[in-house]
Design a binder for this molecule. Structure first.
Ligand code: ADP
Length: 625
């Protein structure tokens, strides 16, 4: 039971205080103090329900609901509670609508039961609204702050104060003042922010974050806004967190800018990487390209679009015996034969003007001072309709050129060779037509026949050469009497060479397996040469022996002989000893054909000779091949 002294001690205070019966829902006012009378502007409160004093007429709806709930809870929990912002419109003019702090304390009776509730108005709430009313310049400063600022009050996070910066950031107007956060910003319900706020509210530990993405309804649609923000807990005078100061700065532009910058940096990085790789590839390609150009077995060069030489490969340097720079410095005209230069320059100029292929033949003077024939060819490298460079090659065609020359010479010789017997045949035929005596007629016919045979042989040789070239000569291998073949061949040549004496000095008796007809041809060629090239030496000695299972046949004449330098080349096609060309007729085919026939019999040739004294031709054939 409360004693009077205690009662007075409890109530004789300047703070408005009432004692309520713990019986809800009326919660009768058992007594009040003067301060309360003053506060509520009612002289008699005792006996009334608390709701007669506090009702929707003077208490904010939420505050009223909260008050009701806390009264009920405090009895149940037997714990003291506070209401931070009790919105109460005092009836006195000097006490307009305000926010108050209420302390609600359940009080035990003697029987240890909680029968009373002591409600004390412990002070005016320091809500921003009021503070700012007290400091109007602060209000202006806050509203003009370039960042968003607001104060959320209580667990419900009621928007107590908000500045323009925050309203702009949220894309809302000040009608949201006094509303709970999730009511005026339902889009963040499932985002992290309400939880964070509750955490700060419960723990009293501030929280801040930079560049956080918030999904906000801006301009009627949900948009991602990036913010630097902080939640600072604000405490009442008892150190209990009752509000949160929220500061937020819209950094969307900065973040997006940074992202774009980052993206650009990354793009740039990857472009750089690609460039570096392609540079590497280019360098690799170029060095591979140069390696290839140097590896080509012919002269390769490049010239710029104006036609100036700007690269030559190693072959060019080797051919001219000069360094790259020197060759490029000189320019290619320097090396061209004066007789070929005009034509080459004219073609090069046309190519440069038209962009068509450049093709010409000229002689180039190489490091040994000699001129060699080259086929020059160049094509332009065109990109975007522009000539980037000319890439050219000079191919050494000297061998082809001299072969061609030899061919031309051969054709003229062959025509001459063929014409000579024909002219004779024609002449004898005319004589025959004049019908001379029978005796002379026989002679003419014989001479005519001899020329026909000669013509026949020439044509046969020509045909054989083409057959050899085409690999078309067929051989009929049969066993035959080698000694007999040799003797008969000698006899047939002897008939055509009455001036000479062909002696078969020794001959082996052997049966040989081979193409008799073709081997006769070999013997015939060597013997007719021996006769032809020994106009003064009348004797020709033929021998055959067997050595190490091989037949060796030798033909010795006492004629003009063959110089060392010519000996190795006699078996080449069309080869004739230069000095003898005018004196002796021939196509330079006989020995070539003979050596081919011997090769097919696995045999070979060699020559011993002394110029002016005579030559001995040898051939050797294996008996068992
Ligand atoms: P050709 O029709 O010119 O005689 P060959 O191939 O038979 O053709 O001979 C080639 C060359 O070898 C001849 O032009 C000649 O210069 C030389 N030659 C061949 N046999 C003899 C020889 N017995 N003595 C001197 N030179 C020879």
């Amino acid at each position: 039971m409360l004693t009077d002294a205690l009662f007075h001690a409890l109530f004789d205070i300047p703070l408005p205080r009432i004692l309520l019966s713990a019986n809800g829902p009326n919660f009768k006012i058992i007594c009040d103090n003067d301060a309360f009378k003053d506060f509520s502007n009612s002289s008699v409160s005792s006996g009334k329900s608390v709701w007669e004093v506090f009702n929707s007429g003077n208490v904010g709806d939420e505050s009223l609901t909260l008050f009701k709930n806390i009264l009920i809870q405090s009895v149940e929990n037997k714990q003291k509670s506070f209401i931070a912002d009790f919105k109460y419109q005092a009836s006195a003019v000097e006490k307009p609508e305000s926010y108050w702090k209420l302390e609600i304390m359940p009080v035990k009776s003697n029987d240890d039961k909680f029968q009373y509730i002591l409600v004390t108005i412990i002070g005016q709430s320091d809500k921003k609204k009021e503070d700012t009313r007290q400091y109007p310049e602060l209000s202006s400063i806050i509203s003009h702050l370039p960042i968003g600022l607001c104060i959320l009050s209580g667990k419900e996070m009621i928007l107590e104060v908000v500045n323009n910066g925050m309203l702009n950031l949220w894309d809302r107007n000040d009608s949201i003042l006094g509303l709970p956060l999730l009511e005026f910003m339902p889009e963040i319900t499932d985002q992290i922010f309400p939880k964070l706020l509750q955490q700060v509210y419960a723990s009293g530990i501030p929280f801040s974050n930079k560049g956080a993405a918030v999904e906000l309804m801006v301009g009627g649609r949900l948009q991602t806004v990036y913010m630097d923000f902080s939640y600072t807990p604000l405490q009442d005078e008892k150190g209990v967190t009752n509000r949160i100061l929220v500061m937020a700065d819209d950094v969307t532009d900065r973040i997006l800018g940074m992202r774009r910058e980052q993206q650009l940096t990354e793009e740039l990085k990857s472009i750089n990487e690609i460039l570096a790789a392609s540079n590497l590839e280019l360098t690799e390609n170029e060095s591979r390209f140069r390696f290839l150009l140097n590896a080509l077995p012919q002269q390769v060069w490049t010239a710029n679009s104006a036609g100036l030489l700007d690269y030559v490969n190693q072959v060019v340097c080797n051919d001219f015996g000069l360094d790259v720079e020197v060759v490029i410095g000189h320019g290619w005209q320097e090396f061209v034969h004066p007789d070929d230069l005009e034509e080459a320059l004219a073609r090069w100029t046309i190519a440069l003007e038209t962009g068509c292929e450049y093709l010409t033949e000229f002689r180039l003077q190489l490091s040994d001072g000699k001129y060699k024939w080259f086929l020059a060819r160049a094509v332009p490298l065109i990109e975007n309709d522009k000539i980037l460079l000319w890439i050219g090659t000079n191919t050494n065609i000297d061998l082809q050129k001299s072969n061609e020359q030899r061919k031309d010479e051969f054709i003229s010789i062959a025509s001459h060779e063929l014409k000579t017997p024909l002219t004779s045949i024609k002449a004898f035929n005319q004589l025959i037509q004049r019908k001379n005596s029978e005796h002379t007629l026989d002679g003419f016919i014989l001479k005519s026949a001899q020329n026909i045979t000669r013509l026949e042989r020439l044509i046969k040789d020509l045909l054989d050469v083409t057959k050899i070239n085409a690999g078309q000569i067929t051989y009929e291998m049969e066993s035959f009497d080698f000694k007999k073949m040799l003797a008969e061949s000698i006899e047939s040549v002897q008939l055509t060479a009455p001036e000479h004496d062909i002696i078969l000095e020794s001959a082996v008796d052997v049966i040989y397996l081979g193409d008799q007809y073709r081997l006769e041809q070999v013997v015939h060629n060597i013997l007719t040469n021996a006769v032809k090239y020994s106009p003064n030496g009348k004797r020709i000695i033929v021998k055959s022996v067997i050595e190490q299972e091989r037949v060796i046949v030798s033909f010795q004449d006492f004629g003009i002989g063959i110089a060392e330098k010519d000996r190795k080349r006699l078996f080449e096609r069309y080869y004739r000893v230069e000095e003898n060309i005018m004196q002796f007729e021939g196509l330079g085919l006989g020995l070539f054909i003979s050596s081919e026939i011997l090769k097919r019999h696995k045999g070979n040739f060699w020559i011993e000779s002394e110029p002016g004294k005579g030559s001995t031709f040898y051939f050797r054939l294996p008996l068992y091949n």
